[in-house]
Design a protein around this ligand. Structure first.
Ligand SMILES: [Zn+2]
Length: 415
């Protein structure tokens, strides 16, 4: 009887460089998983790629991106961060299911080309957009199901107290296919309501079993305390390991003693942190001509405490941020620079923040080993420093053992 071993491999990647291995290695792929890893695989394959000594990594994970709002900037125009909070609803009232699907599809095409295999997408669910944005993202998810895993976070951008419709709409979205529940306590009008916001979101997570990703301490104001509220609420409900806090910029402006205490609380609560330096560095930094607070968190202190930290890009050409081309190498690069990560080990960690650490944040393993999913990126250069140096670089994106995207650049050159 013929077995799968009798037929050719689906894909053979020759002469790959793996970050933790000496010399070049071949990867044989069959039925969407890595079937063999060895220096010289001579078995036949339907398709062969010559990596020519290029680095092969797990595909990238974008851990925090507002997919429903991307490319919507022309609807409202250029505004300040404070105005963005107040006027976020203005763009959304123009959204239709077809329009959200079209914009999200454009972004997903870009994401797949860049090597993103998994995206955790925030999706506004509130009085302004109801479930329109969510329906649009469900359609886009369906269209790109073979190329990217899309995780949808139902996000109450307009508040949970201030927007009385939000709690019910969140439950509807979760029942209809959303994967996680989001939050933004800063959308509320006072500190008591921020605390209620955190409690309402965590109660929904406890009730439904989904993970939480909450925007905390977005602005660079030391008086914001929502990360501490999230940590306390997570511990109270025993939700350790299921919660991510994103942004956390205010933490950088706390006193050292206060920051240390909050980081310890975050660690105890098993909270992961997603930093978003790409968008936040432009949006924040105080009113002076020279930015005196940065739109970044205490990345090294969080890492030193043993907290899982990942980096995402947040927004693309919407009212919050005008740039971004969804390149995780660029996100890792900016994360590295903004956090002052200088040593070889720190640069490796910055790259992990868009690969292995981001994967862990969304509950995925990221390993190149026999039996692991063949979700990979073949780079045009042989090590992480050169990947970061040669932005955007040449790369090929493989999903479930099939080439789904990639990019080439005339300025890639150095191994
Ligand atoms: Zn965000």
């Amino acid at each position: 009887m013929a077995t799968s071993a009798d037929r050719p491999h689906d894909l053979l990647i020759k002469k790959a460089c793996l970050a933790d291995a000496e010399g070049n290695i071949d990867l044989a792929i069959r039925d969407g998983v890595i079937a063999a890893l060895a220096p010289n695989i001579s078995e036949p394959a339907t398709e062969t790629i010559d990596a020519a000594g290029g680095l092969v990594t797990c595909s990238f994970v974008e851990p925090h991106f507002h997919l429903d709002k991307c490319l919507s900037r022309p609807l409202v125009g250029a505004i300040t961060p404070e105005e963005a909070f107040a006027r976020a609803h203005e763009a959304k009232i123009h959204f239709t299911v077809a329009d959200v699907e079209a914009r999200a599809s454009e972004a997903l095409r870009l994401a797949v080309a860049q090597g993103i295999g998994h995206m955790r997408a925030q999706c506004d669910v509130d009085y302004a957009t109801k479930l329109i944005s969510f329906e649009g993202l469900l359609r886009a998810r369906e269209r790109f199901a073979d190329a990217i895993d899309l995780e949808i976070v139902a996000f109450p951008q307009e508040g949970m107290v201030k927007d009385a419709e939000a709690p019910g709409l969140l439950r509807e979205a979760l029942a209809g296919g959303a994967d996680a529940v989001g939050g933004l306590p800063e959308a509320e009008l006072n500190v008591d309501d921020q605390r209620r916001h955190v409690a309402l979101v965590l109660d929904i997570a406890a009730e439904t079993g989904v993970p939480v990703e909450m925007h905390c301490d977005y602005m660079d104001h030391a008086e914001l305390k929502t990360l501490a509220m999230l940590a306390a609420g997570t511990l109270e409900r025993g939700l350790q390991g299921r919660v991510t806090a994103s942004h956390c910029n205010a933490l950088a402006n706390y006193s050292d003693d206060e920051a240390k205490a909050v980081i310890e609380q975050v660690k105890q609560a098993g909270i992961s942190v997603a930093v978003l330096p790409v968008a936040n560095l432009q949006m924040l930094g105080g009113p002076k001509r020279t930015p005196y607070n940065r739109g970044s968190s205490r990345v090294k202190e969080l890492l030193d405490a043993g907290i899982n930290v990942a980096a995402g890009s947040d927004s693309m050409f919407d009212i919050w941020y005008r740039f971004n081309r969804l390149d995780p190498v660029e996100t890792g690069y900016i994360a590295c620079l903004s956090a002052g990560m200088r040593t070889d080990e720190e640069v490796q960690t910055a790259f992990d923040m868009v690969t292995a650490r981001a994967a862990r944040m969304v509950g995925k393993a990221a390993a190149i080993s026999v039996g692991a999913p063949a979700d990979l990126v073949v780079h045009g250069v042989s090590n992480i420093v050169q990947v970061l140096r040669n932005l955007p670089g040449r790369r090929l994106h493989i999903k479930n053992g099939r080439v789904v995207g990639g990019q080439d650049s005339s300025n890639w050159c150095i191994r």
